[in-house]
Write a new protein. Structure first.
Lengths: 99, 308
């Protein structure tokens, strides 16, 4: 991981709505969601999320993570897809960012 | 200055120089003695002589050639015991030359005692047992003459401590192997394990182990990833406002930025605008939710407006 990136853990018990809020709140510190991977911490599956640092003062456009197969939100572009632990279940998800 | 005064001055200078040299030489002599004997009187027993006697007992078994004359589990175990004992004694001699730390000597001596116990089991003659007991007592005695009141270097004890720990680790497969038959713990494997045991007692081995340990710790540190959860609505508003406020700052605001950064423990404000601005953003980025209102207060106290 480079110095321009940070990692955070979003526990697998969060719902999709909570995950979206959590990512959005992290991005308010001039960080941008880059991806997530399922990992195990203390024998529990969890999400290790990577953000890149943006220039000071910059907040990225809103990111929305939806379950794979859900319609793409209007005015967004796909920026990531993968799996996350959502409400305790490993789930295929897609990330769309507002344009 | 007249001639007499010059002469007196030179005499004083020579006296001072001579005194200084004498102090240095005396210190060196005392220092050598302290280093060799761990800041204590020379021991009453002769470890080198003990080693010679042990070598006479263990030398036949310490030979690979000897093992192949009669390749059995017993001869393998005799070989292992002989080699471990010789390594242990030489190791103690080695660390006595480089460090005077009592705990380090204790640990090394414990290893030798363990090795000698194996030897006692394998080499059953009365003569051998007597020598082993004598050396064990001598080593035990050597522990007691060493005390804390001597020089010791900060790095060397760390290295020797690592060596002691690594030697203990390296001994485990050997001890486990000796419980097995020759087919399950072949002689070749024993030789390899013994080499590892030897290597663990070297500075190079210790440094390698420290480096590996450091790498592991670095990975563990990487694993210490902060958990994040949704912010309370009010905290969310403040965080957004803080980052937006950072976006408005200009070169002229450097002192204001430094004032805020200065209030963060362990962070020294940078003197250039760009670095200081990054520090300010990092404070927001890494803030725990409960600290965010406090950061807002610091912004405002420093004269940076935070519009919500």
């Amino acid at each position: 991981m480079s110095n321009d990136q940070i990692q955070r853990e979003i526990e697998g018990n969060q719902s999709l709505a909570e995950i979206n809020d959590t990512i959005g709140d992290e991005e308010l510190g001039a960080s941008e969601f880059k991806g997530s991977k399922v990992s195990t911490v203390n024998n529990k599956p969890t999400n290790i999320v990577t953000f890149s640092k943006l220039p000071p003062g910059k907040i990225p456009n809103k990111l929305t993570v939806v379950k794979d197969g859900t319609a793409q939100p209007a005015g967004t572009q796909k920026v990531w897809s993968g799996t996350m632990v959502v409400s305790g279940t490993i789930t295929a998800v897609v990330g769309y960012r507002a344009t | 200055m007249d001639v007499n005064m010059q002469s007196l001055s030179n005499h004083k200078h020579r006296l001072c120089s001579g005194y200084a040299i004498a102090v240095v030489v005396l210190s060196l002599l005392m220092g050598c003695s302290s280093m060799r004997y761990g800041g204590a009187p020379e021991p009453s027993f002769d470890l080198d002589r003990d080693l010679e006697q042990l070598a006479e007992q263990f030398k036949p078994a310490d030979s690979i050639k000897e093992f192949y004359k009669n390749p059995t589990k017993d001869s393998r175990d005799d070989f292992i015991t002989g080699r471990i004992t010789m390594m242990n004694i030489r190791y103690i001699q080695f660390i006595r030359q480089v460090t005077a730390d009592r705990q380090l000597l204790d640990s090394a001596a414990d290893m030798l005692t363990l090795g000698l116990s194996i030897g006692g089991a394998s080499f059953g003659t009365a003569a051998t047992k007597t020598i082993l007991a004598a050396v064990a007592a001598g080593i035990g005695g050597s522990k007691q003459i060493v005390d804390k009141n001597y020089y010791f270097d900060k790095t060397l004890p760390a290295l020797v401590g690592q060596m002691n720990a690594e030697r203990k680790n390296a001994l485990i497969p050997i001890l486990q192997g000796m419980k097995n038959e020759l087919t399950e713990y072949p002689f070749g494997q024993a030789v390899t394990d013994l080499y590892n045991y030897y290597h663990a007692g070297t500075f190079a081995g210790a440094i390698q182990a420290i480096q590996a340990d450091a790498a592991t710790k670095e990975q563990e540190k990487d694993r210490e990833i902060r958990k994040i959860t949704p912010l309370a609505p009010e905290t969310r508003k403040i965080k957004r406002a803080l980052t937006l406020a950072v976006g408005t700052l200009k070169q002229a605001d450097l002192e204001k930025i430094k004032t805020v950064v200065r209030g963060t423990p362990g962070v020294t404000p940078a003197n250039d605008f760009s670095s200081a601005l990054n520090q300010l953003q990092d404070i927001i980025r890494n803030a725990k939710p409960e600290d965010i209102p406090n950061i807002k207060d610091r912004f405002e106290e420093a004269g940076i407006p935070v519009a919500q």
